[in-house]
Design a protein around this ligand. Structure first.
Ligand code: ARG
Length: 296
């Protein structure tokens, strides 16, 4: 019998990328999508939005996930909540525990309750609504072992403490400094959420100097994206460990990822980008409780 110590290291530590794993996502169709207010620098209410095109692009994104074998749940969109399509902002779900959202902008505030109800109806037993402003997976990025947490524009730093208490995971705060990258998920995403050796990609210029040093220390082999890749919301990607869904314009990033063995699936999200959102913003990951977990 081969002990773990005797096992060849090459087998114990697979090369990048990691194993793809099947995911469960929550999405909201952009039925009532418009840009009628401006709460980030991407949003210009004078610029027309083609809702049919937005819907077609969104469906394509959903179909892409399904073709990869992932499960997509859908929440019913609500009239008058044009940003509800950005599901990632409404919950952080780790090991079946849900921390809901509290939006900074009044225009988005009612979304939080629709999502809270969805989680309760789906049978999630631990659904906690935050006290502090908390835009969920917009600013919380789970690496498999750490919860990276953005602040500076939307989510309050106090929400980071709340997330650590409610979700029971270690939180690392990162300060965002460029208003175009107002949520952490517009500047950083996880390629592989292996708890031991996670891999991420990010745009360094979106962070304060200290936070850049933290990222370098934690992720010395991260993929660093260019300003051009960031400017098309290329860091708003979604990966299952092998397949990476990226905005089609993020060509340099796609090349870097292919060179590391990832399979890149480009999607066109031009209409949703008019509201400052990309693939990840439309995608809330539902991370189930591990069977070994005893919830206490
Ligand atoms: N218009 C939305 C807002 O400003 C876009 C949200 C994008 N979502 C995200 N996860 N980054 O709040």
């Amino acid at each position: 019998m081969t002990s773990i110590i005797d096992a060849p290291r090459t087998e114990a530590q697979p090369a990048t990328p990691g194993e793809p794993s099947t995911r469960r996502y929550l999405m909201c169709p952009p039925t009532y999508f418009t840009v009628e207010y401006s709460i980030n620098p991407w949003m210009n209410p004078d610029q027309p939005v083609d809702v049919e095109l937005a819907m077609a692009q969104w469906q394509r994104l959903r179909d892409t996930y399904q073709q990869l074998g992932h499960t997509v749940d859908e929440i019913e969109p609500q009239r008058g909540l044009p940003d509800m399509v950005f599901a990632a902002n409404s919950g952080t779900v780790i090991d079946g525990r849900v921390l809901g959202a509290r939006f900074r902008a009044d225009e988005r505030a009612p979304e939080a309750e629709y999502y809270r109800r969805w989680f309760v109806e789906q049978g999630y037993r631990e659904v906690v609504m935050p006290e502090a402003v908390n835009e969920a997976e917009g600013d919380f990025v789970w690496t498999g072992g750490l919860l990276l947490a953005g602040y500076g524009f939307r989510t309050d730093k106090a929400a980071h403490d709340e997330a650590q208490e409610v979700l029971g995971v270690p939180v690392v705060s990162l300060r965002l400094t460029d208003p175009r990258y107002y949520h952490l998920d517009t500047a950083l995403f996880v390629l592989n959420d292996d708890p031991v050796r996670p891999r991420i990609a990010y745009f360094p210029d979106a962070f304060s100097a200290g936070s850049r040093r933290v990222l370098r220390r934690l992720f010395p082999d991260a993929v660093l994206a260019s300003a051009a890749d960031a400017a098309c919301l290329g860091l708003n990607g979604v990966s299952d460990g092998e397949h990476v869904v990226l905005p089609v314009e993020a060509t340099e990033l796609a090349e870097q990822l292919r060179a590391r063995g990832y399979q890149v699936l480009p999607v066109d999200i031009s209409e949703l980008r008019k509201a400052g959102g990309g693939p990840k913003c439309c995608t809330l990951e539902l991370r189930a409780a591990r069977t070994s977990d005893n919830h206490v």
